[in-house]
Design a protein around this ligand. Structure first.
Ligand code: GLU
Length: 281
């Protein structure tokens, strides 16, 4: 066993489909080649969309594929206190602020057609009396990471946030560009942690040395490297694998009702067939 530790981190918001199987094969193959370990993490912080039956089906599908993990499963919903502590630490350092702007207000400030959930919004903390007024009225808010405060906290490090990406042809250093994301949301009034916060916290806590994930979330690595710098968390090595596309050329999505792995199983396919299909894509 080497020091190589990676993870598979599905969200139990649906059944695993071919895209997840491809991702899982990339993760387990990499660990096998490196003589390392795979940890399993269920990213179930969004309790409105995650369901126990999906979790059970993920575990059953992984067992069917013959993919076994080391140690206990980490369920993020069991660790909200951990994420609250990170938020508290960031708040104490003035790195996050409550943003009360509604989606409509954010959309109005953006170029027409921009998605308020994805646009690089930059805001600022409200004056204490204005914030108190919003809180007293019970208004919803997002905890946003202030890029301005992050830049001030990190000084020269802010302009040299680098990470290593490994590809089939070797390793290269990539400069993160967190400004492309603006002040990202790290939590909301009723959602204790965002994906970014919980994922980076857990990668650090679980000693993940290699993050292997789909190319579709490559860009988000910039946000993660910024959080790692602010929290003094180690920066794992990153690898990005190609996505399995549907017949329409678009990414497969659980929500779009793509065929779950158990359906292929019922149709008589073997794990070997699934592997062949994900590689052929
Ligand atoms: N929960 C994320 C997903 O299902 C994990 C992505 C990652 O951080 O590797 O895509």
């Amino acid at each position: 066993m080497t020091g190589f530790v990676t993870r598979f981190a599905p969200s139990p918001t649906g059944h695993l489909h071919l895209g997840h199987a491809a991702s899982a094969f990339h993760v387990w193959d990499a660990a096998r080649e490196a003589g390392g370990r795979v940890l399993l993490r269920l990213e179930d912080i969004d309790q409105t969309r995650c369901r126990p039956e999906y979790e059970a089906s993920i575990l059953a599908d992984l067992a069917w594929l013959g993919l076994d993990w080391s140690g206990p499963v980490r369920r993020q919903s069991e660790h909200f206190d951990d994420y609250a502590r990170v938020l508290d630490a960031l708040q104490a350092r003035g790195l996050i602020y409550r943003c009360f702007k509604t989606r409509r207000e954010i959309a109005a400030a953006l170029p027409a057609g921009a998605d308020p959930d994805d646009a690089p919004f930059i805001g600022k903390p409200l004056a204490p009396q204005d914030e108190a007024r919003h809180l007293a009225l019970g208004h919803a808010f997002a905890w946003r990471l202030s890029l301005r405060a992050a830049r001030a906290a990190l000084g020269d490090r802010y302009t040299a946030l680098d990470y290593t990406e490994e590809t089939a042809s070797g390793a290269r250093t990539v400069r993160a560009n967190p400004a492309a994301f603006g002040d990202v949301v790290l939590a909301r009034k009723d959602t204790p942690a965002s994906y970014h916060l919980a994922c980076c916290h857990d990668d650090a806590l679980q000693g993940i040395t290699h993050v292997i994930r789909g190319e579709d979330i490559r860009d988000m690595t910039s946000v993660h490297v910024l959080l790692q710098a602010l929290m003094d968390w180690p920066v794992p090595v990153y690898r990005f694998h190609p996505l399995v596309l549907g017949p329409d050329g678009k990414k497969l999505s659980k929500r779009a009702g793509d065929k779950g792995l158990s359906v292929y199983k019922e149709e008589g396919m073997t794990p070997g067939d699934i592997r062949a299909m994900t590689l052929a894509a």
